[in-house]
Design a protein around this ligand. Structure first.
Ligand code: GDP
Ligand code: MG
Length: 265
């Protein structure tokens, strides 16, 4: 594992923005040389019923794959008992860090706060609603390192057919407008080098953040390793990812992002 903060030409631009093909199952764990130090970022908005499970699974995953780890829970202005649940976890788990927004600022803003707080050279993020089982990280740990980003794709997505269709449409639009070819742009199961997250001028505050991060990674020549991940139905609480305001904001941010990337090119 290369822990260098500015290794792999992160600060240089590469002409190609094409993502790699999905890796074959047998390749996934073969490249691991050293255990990475890992910050796990979990954005949460009104997740009192799910956050404990998300943190426990993340801790289990990190204990298996990381030399050192922390779990950064970002509370995005929840009005339920999310913060109290996290505080209760902190009394038993010193690795848990709580970052709070005084008001709800959006998914992208929550991730950005988590990235800023992260202390380790690799950042794994997934949702605080436990729709992804973080323990799947163990099967892709061999890909963490070097000039690589790990990007999951939901296989299958478990949000119902209307949501799945909307997600496919979003992936198509994001790929077309940013010159990417990623299977599931908004899949919240990704690992990035912290050096990249520190280097890119992240601007999205809403759901376009995934597209922005992938585009910046590709532009800097990082390889995007796509891996299938299982996805569970939301067990409790409410999804806000398909609200009209969230979708419109994401489209607006994507339009702006695509203009900016073309301008910079
Ligand atoms: N949609 C949304 N999710 C947020 C926000 N802030 C944090 N989150 C968290 O981001 C994750 C994804 O949100 P969710 O509503 O489940 O979206 P979905 O999985 O696409 O339906 C969850 O863990 C939320 O708690 C926000 O402002 N909007
Ligand atoms: Mg969800």
């Amino acid at each position: 594992m290369d822990g260098s903060p500015v290794g792999w030409g992160l600060l240089s631009s590469a002409p190609s923005m094409r993502a790699s093909l999905p890796v074959a199952a047998g390749c996934r764990t073969s490249r691991r040389e050293e255990r990475p130090a890992l910050s796990v970022v979990l954005p949460c908005f009104n997740e009192e019923a799910n956050v404990e499970q998300a943190v426990r699974e993340a801790a289990e995953a990190a204990r298996r794959v990381a030399a050192a780890f922390e779990i950064v829970v970002v509370d995005d202005g929840s009005r339920d008992g999310t913060v109290e649940r996290v505080r209760a976890l902190q009394s038993r788990m010193p690795e848990v860090v709580l970052v709070r927004h005084g008001r709800n600022r959006g998914y992208g803003a929550a991730l950005r706060s988590g990235f800023r707080a992260a202390r380790y050279p690799w950042v794994f993020y997934t949702d605080g609603d436990a729709q992804f089982d973080a323990r799947q990280l163990a099967s892709v740990a061999g890909l963490i390192g070097g000039g690589r980003v790990v990007a999951g794709y939901r296989c299958p997505r478990n949000d119902g057919s209307a949501r799945t269709l909307l997600g496919r449409g979003w992936t198509w639009v994001a790929n077309r407008s940013l010159g990417l070819s990623v299977r599931d742009v908004n899949c919240a199961f990704k690992v990035f080098p912290k050096a990249l997250l520190d280097a890119v001028p992240m601007r999205s505050r809403g759901a376009a953040i995934d597209a922005e991060l992938l585009a910046e990674a590709a532009r800097r020549g990082l390889r995007i390793e796509e891996v299938p991940v299982a996805h569970r139905p939301r067990r409790a609480g409410r999804s806000t990812g398909a609200r009209p305001g969230v979708v419109l904001r994401a489209l607006w941010e994507l339009l702006w992002l695509s203009w900016r990337i073309r301008r910079d090119a």
